[in-house]
Write a protein that binds this ligand. Structure first.
Ligand code: SF4
Length: 716
């Protein structure tokens, strides 16, 4: 039913899927979601939704395959049980391992799809109560390199820009992002801006995508040559006198290999990246590189950089982020309407739950870090615990955590709202660990990961519970519980609190009447005065989200602003750094971990299609989305296809040093990789491309290189 008069009540919510955070209105009748529509009052999407957002109503009614009863493994088989039995088993196992092997023998792997409240409770449970930093978040797989970029360049995480920059930008530099499919509503805002004015778009990507439809300048660079391209653009900006020297002097340092350098030294570093030299690395026409630099640095234009996984999921992810920031710092095009480096996120609360609350191993709530004594002291005081309880060293990043599981160092793992058996790269290497570890999985549908579980906990989904998500532009958005979860499914928050109490930590988790509110208020208190201040809970219940920092319940700044900063009028501050100055880094282009060679001559890249979200555990439940793209495929350039006598629809085998996979060939269509490159969407659980991908990680962000590995291909 879709007619408004068949609805008992409407409730607002951020979309369940991507990090854009579009607002929806959920229509409910007789405890059922009967319709979902775009929320015109929400400033993010102004009423528009993409195909996934429109499918939310159908998703909420796709209960046929839902997990509705707890299950435990008995004699090798999963059997249904009751909550008490399942939770007692988890508590018993966790307690046994903690007592026998120490707190570091247990772990939780959480998600950018968890609510802020869920993330905060996990952080408190693991770091404050159990006393281990074995808490990681799947956001490690998607935007850890963006975090690393912001931290190294500016001294603090999260973009200073916001979505309103789109309507103020005159030049879009879109690098490593297929926005038309992965961030369609933001792409629509870009398209509207481009159509209505003399606005230009530069696209840098090794693969032609739907996003290129609005491009004025295409830079189809070789995979893994991003730093070379960006350095070459920096070279031209300096060479042609397009820099803002006053800005550079006042607001930046320049550094190479940890040492201060001056602008001349930076320029001489860049001599290895003249457009001509960079052309050899990138495969681009030097004239196009010059053109891109002139377009970006044009003083009459506000320039907005947008990027996502194409940048972050490389072993040079952090360096590429730094090199993007360089363009803005060299030209002073930053922290003013329309000019900003704005990284895009993939999950609805990757920013809110992973970055702000601290479900990464190295973090604590409100962007604090475990390695900082003052931060540990502040959180220990806030939680009423001994400061020594919080370990000062970060524990395992995601891939290292699964290696520790392989080794048997971690004996228990609780996976919540994520699906590592499908999403971890080089999964063949990690399967055994998942088979052996005591594995708890909280989710809404059966997944690749639940196959390995010893305990499955059926979770409430989206508006079957109450919570808060934080989106890409630092907007915190609240949603009410609108309907009951099917069967015995329960919110993850309830599951965490029950286990915390059964483990004997009840005093630390005394929430009673309204846990979502009480937990949020407890979290909010530790944001106050940090520059990431949040508003009281009720403000979010009323409003269509608030971007932090919030003061007196209102958004005081749409981008970070420090009151004592001389550039305050322009909204510039980088106060994370001791002297308030950002850093322009001289970064070398080192290329990928694994390059193609004679034996494995193709570069394989993975990514998404608009119809499916991540591992498609939810979108495959919506018949229309499943029908639209029912199985994955490999995109091949027509020259390669001709040479290998492959036609669209043929079954081909991809083989890497780690695994192999058969899937259908696709030549032409929504994406066209360059010759020598292949592209595979990763949503299909029956055809796991992550058996083939590589698990090399960026040395500082520890984000895996999903975008580049070497494979060979033959007709199956
Ligand atoms: Fe949901 Fe993202 Fe689509 Fe917006 S763009 S409707 S947040 S999936």
């Amino acid at each position: 039913a879709n007619a408004s008069n068949e609805v008992d009540k409407w409730t607002k919510a951020p979309c369940r899927f991507c990090g854009t955070g579009c607002g929806v209105l959920v229509g409910v009748k007789d405890d059922k979601v009967v319709t979902v529509k775009g929320d015109k009052k929400n400033p993010v999407n102004k009423g528009f939704l993409c195909v996934k957002g429109y499918s939310l109503g159908k998703l909420m009614n796709a209960t046929e395959n839902r997990l509705t009863k707890p299950q435990i493994r008995r004699n090798g088989r999963l059997v249904e049980t009751d909550w008490e039995t399942a939770l007692n088993l988890i508590a018993k196992k966790y307690r046994k391992y903690i007592d026998n092997y120490g707190p570091d023998s247990v772990s939780i792997y959480s998600s950018g799809q968890s609510t802020v409240q869920e993330g905060y409770v996990l952080s408190k449970l693991m770091k404050g109560a159990i006393g281990t930093n074995n808490l990681e978040c799947n956001a490690r797989l998607c935007m850890a390199s963006a975090v690393g970029g912001y931290l190294t360049t500016f001294g603090k995480d999260e973009p200073m820009g916001c979505y309103d920059d789109i309507e103020n930008a005159d030049l879009f530099f879109i690098i490593g992002a297929n926005m038309a499919e992965c961030h369609p509503i933001l792409y629509a805002r870009v398209v509207r801006r481009v159509r209505n004015s003399d606005v230009k778009v530069i696209m840098a990507d090794p693969r032609e995508t739907r996003t290129h439809k609005i491009s004025d300048l295409d830079l189809f660079m070789k995979p893994g040559s991003d730093v070379a391209l960006l350095n070459a653009i920096s070279y031209v900006i300096i060479d042609e006198g397009l820099i803002d020297e006053d800005f550079i002097n006042k607001h930046t340092h320049l550094k190479q290999n940890g040492k201060e350098i001056n602008l001349d030294e930076f320029k001489s570093f860049l001599k290895d990246y003249t457009p001509k030299k960079a052309a050899k690395i990138t495969g681009l026409d030097p004239k196009d590189i010059r053109k891109a630099a002139r377009m970006f640095a044009d003083p009459k234009r506000e320039s907005l950089s947008l990027w996502t996984m194409g940048v972050n999921q490389q072993v040079q992810g952090v360096f590429i982020n730094n090199a993007i920031h360089n363009l803005h710092l060299l030209t002073g095009k930053i922290c003013r309407p329309g000019s900003s480096p704005l990284s895009l996120t993939g999950q609805p609360s990757a920013c809110g739950t992973a970055r702000e609350v601290g479900t990464f191993t190295h973090k604590l709530p409100a962007h604090r870090i475990v390695a900082n004594k003052k931060h540990r002291e502040e959180m220990a005081k806030h939680w009423g615990i001994d400061v020594d309880k919080i370990p000062s060293k970060p524990s395992y990043h995601t891939m290292a955590m699964f290696e520790a599981i392989n080794r048997g160092d971690i004996k228990a793992l609780w996976v919540t709202t994520t699906n590592p058996a499908q999403s971890l790269p080089n999964f063949n290497k990690y399967r055994k660990g998942l088979e052996d570890v005591f594995l708890v999985v909280s989710d809404v549908y059966p997944t690749e990961t639940t196959k390995y579980a010893d305990v499955i906990l059926p979770s409430a989904m989206w508006v079957e519970k109450e919570g808060v998500f934080g989106n890409t532009e630092r907007r915190t958005q609240h949603f009410e519980k609108a309907v009951d979860a099917p069967g015995d499914a329960k919110p993850d928050l309830w599951q965490f609190l029950e286990v915390a109490r059964k483990l004997g930590y009840g005093d630390l988790f005394p929430y009673k009447d309204h846990p979502e509110r009480e937990i949020f208020e407890e979290y909010r208190e530790c944001t106050l005065g940090t520059g990431k201040d949040l508003a009281p809970y009720d403000a979010y219940r009323q409003k269509r989200g608030l971007m932090w920092p919030v003061v007196d319940g209102n958004e005081t700044a749409r981008r970070y602003v420090a009151p004592d900063d001389p550039y305050v009028k322009e909204g510039i501050e980088f106060y994370g750094k001791p002297d308030g100055k950002a850093i322009i880094y001289a970064r070398e282009n080192k290329g990928p971990a694994e390059s193609p060679d004679e034996k494995y001559p193709f570069v394989l890249s993975t990514g998404r299609v608009v119809e499916h979200w991540h591992t498609a555990t939810m979108t495959m439940q919506v018949p229309e989305l499943k029908k639209a793209v029912s199985e994955t495929y490999v995109e091949i350039h027509e020259d390669d296809a001709r040479r290998l006598n492959i036609r669209s629809g043929d079954i081909v085998k991809l083989i890497s040093r780690r695994g192999e996979l058969e899937l259908k060939a696709k030549i032409g269509g929504r994406g066209v990789p360059q010759p020598g490159m292949l592209f595979v969407p990763f949503f299909d659980r029956k055809r796991l491309i992550n058996l083939v991908t590589i698990d090399a990680v960026d040395p500082s962000s520890k984000e895996p290189e999903y975008k580049i590995c070497a494979v060979k291909m033959r007709k199956a």
